[in-house]
Design a binder for this molecule. Sequence first.
Ligand SMILES: [Zn+2]
Ligand SMILES: [Zn+2]
Length: 154
Amino acid sequence: MANLQGGCACGATRYRMASAPLIVHCCHCLRCQRETGSAFVLNALIETDRLEMLAGAPKPVVVPTDSGKSHRIFRCEACGVAIASEYSGVEKLRFVRVGTLDEPHALRPDVHIYTRSKVPWVALPAGVPAFEEYYDSKTLWPAESLARRAAIFS
Ligand SMILES: [Zn+2]
Ligand SMILES: [Zn+2]
C-alpha cells in the first residue's frame, strides 16, 4: 500500500491512514470551493478509528452547510490547516483532505460529485463516475468498502 501519512503545514499535526480509504471523492460544490479557496476538494473517506493521529489533536470548527446538516472541519491547532471533515454528525467516518498527505498523488478520485457547480476550466477525466449532485454508494462503492462501512455501523 502507498504511504498514507500526512500532516499540516507546521508539522504539529501528523496522521497515518491505517488502511486504504473507502472511496475518494472529488467534490465540486460551491461550499468546498469556498472552504478550500480552490476549484474543488479531494476527500478520502476512512473509518475514524483508522485515522491514527501521530501528533497533535486537530480542533473541530463548525461551518455552515446548504443541507442544514452539520459539517465540522478538523484543523491543526497551531497553523489552522484543514486535515479532515466530519459530515452530518457521523463520528465514525472522516473525510481526509488528500492534499495533506506526504504523497498526495497516492490517491486519485474514484468519483466526482456536485459537478453542476464545477468550474468550467476543469475537464473531468473519462472513465471516472461523475454526478451532478451526490450518488448512491450502494451502487458505486467496492464490496469491500461497503462491508467495512457496515461493520462500523452494525
Ligand atoms: Zn500545523
Ligand atoms: Zn463539496
